[in-house]
Design a protein around this ligand. Structure first.
Ligand code: SF4
Length: 482
């Protein structure tokens, strides 16, 4: 298997993209407000469960077990789904997944399809592919509809339009739906979306969905959601196509007991999602006549090979790490230049694309550990971030530019200096002398020149003290003896 392909977003380095986001005061206010609300609700509903930590342990153990036995469970899922009347397709990458979807749609002459929110289809750029073949993909999730009508990009896994407030949503709906007198109360906006979508639910014969979980034991597929649009998409169209990453599989139906408690609490601060749909194959007189599942790899097998980083695939896309992350809360999601933003995006994106994109993302973290604290499947994101930073450096060192780059040379010099007490002493003396022209009256260095300027771009550095700890200690010892 190879690196993932098909990413529809330009790959802008995080420090550059973050600069634009940080200038947008409205965006930052929206993101802070929304993440505060969700985080508070999450704290309340997780705090009321005495076995919350045990649930996290169970979730982590089940997902780790799945990853160790992924081949077995995927084949079991395929057999069970097929026996129930479904069709299972395997896609190595985005190009294959898109080709499979087109191959299913074109014989039907489909010109329009309904979609229920799916990060996986965003990952493979499905809407763009469909559009290039004259097929319109209509998003039915409220937040995705806002994004689609606003010609925007999702910025959050669970609440893709989290960066927009209701006044901005009103403007988009009013303009795109031709509703001049539309109010900006939540009920006005949801009613407008309902009217906009209802006719399509009843008339469009094909729907495309993502999946929260695939159940190996039964061949069932599960989606949890809050608006009921998913239930409409999963039941009304004649044909349903589900696209899911291969890591989404769970062994048994009863495993859902854990995740249907941890996912809604972590994602939206609810005890339970309003709509929990599980569908298995096709049934006379009930739901779609034709059901397809596309199992997507797109770089996941490569992640699985890396013992230190494979825990990334335990993720159940709850976005709790995004809401808790002090970096995400400042920049919002677009700065990550990826479908997957925040801490999970910082580890998933570079791995999916084997560092060919997103190589600055492992540095988009203060390593404070807030993401690890809230993760319902206990992914040690800081550990993976550090591992990936090592990978980035090792990759850079393979090139001449990387070898001779200031960062690499500086680190090599630092390593030599730290290996010897004498060398450290000498470096400190030289540093004290060299820093003099740059130290301000407040004892801080505000600007460093040339290749060191990056250090002071967004922080002030305390000047080196007049004497080192060793010198101070030596003096103290001598004083004590005297
Ligand atoms: S890494 Fe953990 S907290 Fe973040 S989205 Fe995935 S499951 Fe949720």
């Amino acid at each position: 298997m190879s690196a993932g392909v098909g990413h529809a977003w330009p790959d802008v380095a995080f420090p550059e993209a973050a600069k634009d986001s940080l200038k947008d005061e409205q965006l930052r206010r929206n993101v802070r407000h929304a993440t505060d609300v969700i985080t508070t609700k999450r704290g309340r509903v997780t705090g009321e469960l005495e076995d919350w930590q045990a649930l996290r342990e169970s979730g982590s153990a089940i997902r780790a077990h799945v990853l160790r036995n992924l081949d077995t469970y995927l084949v079991q899922f395929e057999q069970a789904c097929t026996a129930a009347g479904g069709h299972v397709h395997w896609a190595r990458d985005a190009a294959e997944a898109n080709a499979i979807v087109l191959g299913l749609l074109e014989p039907k002459g489909a010109k329009e399809v309904l979609k229920i929110k799916s990060m996986t289809t965003e990952e493979i750029g499905l809407n763009r592919t469909l559009a290039s073949h004259g097929i319109e993909a209509k998003e039915t999730d409220l937040a995705e509809l806002i994004i689609q009508l606003g010609k925007d990009k999702p910025s959050h896994i669970v609440v893709p339009a989290l960066h927009k407030n209701r006044h901005q949503v009103r403007e988009i709906f009013s303009r795109e739906m031709g509703l001049k007198d539309l109010g900006d109360r939540p009920e006005d906006l949801t009613e407008a979306a309902r009217q906009h979508l209802r006719e399509r639910f009843l008339s469009v014969p094909v729907a495309i969905s993502g999946a929260n979980f695939l159940i190996a034991e039964t061949g069932g597929v599960c989606i949890v959601e809050s608006e009921g649009n998913g239930r409409m998409c999963l039941t009304l169209p004649d044909t349903l196509i589900t696209i899911a990453g291969i890591e989404k599989v769970l062994p048994r139906f009863r495993d859902m007991e854990v995740f249907l408690q941890t996912l809604p609490r972590s994602a939206t601060g609810e005890r339970m999602n309003p709509y929990n749909s599980v569908w298995t194959g096709v049934h006379d007189g009930d739901g779609p006549r034709e059901f397809h599942v596309i199992l997507l790899d797109n770089g996941r097998s490569e992640i699985l090979k890396d013992a230190e980083a494979q825990q990334t695939l335990k993720c159940i896309r709850c976005a709790a790490c995004q809401n808790a992350c002090p970096v995400y809360r400042q920049t919002g999601g677009h700065a990550y230049s990826s479908v997957y933003a925040g801490p999970i995006g910082a580890i998933l994106t570079p791995q999916l694309y084997q560092l060919q994109r997103g190589s600055t993302l492992p540095y988009a973290s203060s390593l404070c550990g807030a993401c690890y604290e809230v993760c319902p499947v206990k992914i040690n994101i800081p550990e993976v971030l550090i591992h990936l930073r090592g990978e980035v450096v090792r990759e850079e060192q393979k090139t001449l530019k990387g070898k001779l780059g200031p960062w690499n040379l500086g680190m090599q010099a630092a390593a030599k200096i730290f290996m010897s007490g004498d060398r450290l002493e000498l470096a400190q003396q030289l540093g004290r002398m060299g820093q003099k022209p740059f130290v301000g009256g407040d004892g801080f260095i505000h600007h460093l020149p040339m290749m060191m300027s990056g250090w002071t771009q967004s922080r002030d550095m305390a000047a080196m003290p007049k004497e080192s700890f060793r010198q101070w200690w030596e003096k103290r010892e001598k004083g004590a003896q005297a």
